[in-house]
Write a protein of this length. Sequence first.
Length: 331
Amino acid sequence: MSDNNEIRKQQTVLTDYFANMIDQGHLAHAYLLTGPKGIGKRALALWITQGIFCKNKIAGNPCLDCEECRRIESGNHPDVVHVVPDGLSIKVDQIRFLKSEFSKSGVEGNRKAFIIEDADKMTISAANSLLKFLEEPSGDVVAFLLTETVNRILPTIVSRCQLFELAKPSSAQLIAMLKKKGITTDKAVILGNLTDSLAESEKIAANENFDKLVRNICVWYLHILQEDARCFVEVQMSLLPLINNKDDEVILLNLIILLVKNSISVYYGKKDNIFVKFQAEFTGLIERLTADKITQAVELVLETRKKLAVNVSFQNVIEALTIDLSQCYHV
Ligand SMILES: [Zn+2]
């Protein structure tokens, strides 16, 4: 139940819209819900389905507590069918099974709903089979197709569906979600500013080196701000040992981008306080810089990201950045 309470807060515009459509009896036959992994496409489809079947709905909003709502949430409602990829694809037999289920009248009422996850993974024959079904909907059926990549779905299918893109969460929403999942406030604030996806944040949070990387990179940045030469050896001594692959490289670089951007906020007196444990020390040092220098620093780091894209050695790139940043701030 928790996930579906959450979706109401995360996708307010869409849940309000769909509650209204349910209330007015104006639901369409097929919806295509699109957005990145972890954004809540499945939770939204379930929430709308609960709204359709709920015995105690209020203005189209499901109660999330009645037997209908609970059975939909747990995937045990006889009139709600889920299709997920069987291995790498959704096969034509899965769509045939779906159609046979829907040729019977509703087990308990006359309504039925189905949810196809990763709809872009349908084989061509599965997609064609579904297309015929969407063209001749039998009875009172609502279809939800979920995908991260709408351009991989047959245009003929897209044209049969109403398309809705789920909004990305704001930093504040993301931080709140991460805290609910048991991540400490300090860490959630950094993660919530580092990415715009819950799935991505959780993946980074699960990286066993992440906390240490944050601490070491903050020390490295502090030393740059203090003109302390230790920053040069720290690249090899305390940063690179925590980097195991390309994903880690991207995290490290994004942390540096966050540090230099945060410096702009600090300089202009905004108290975002992203790197809580170091913020007081950062603030004292950043206030002595000039607006030009802190802006140039952001450009330097963004340039560095471009260099990495063309496969220069990561160590060379970060060492060069350490020198460039030191000069930028202090020369
Ligand atoms: Zn209910």
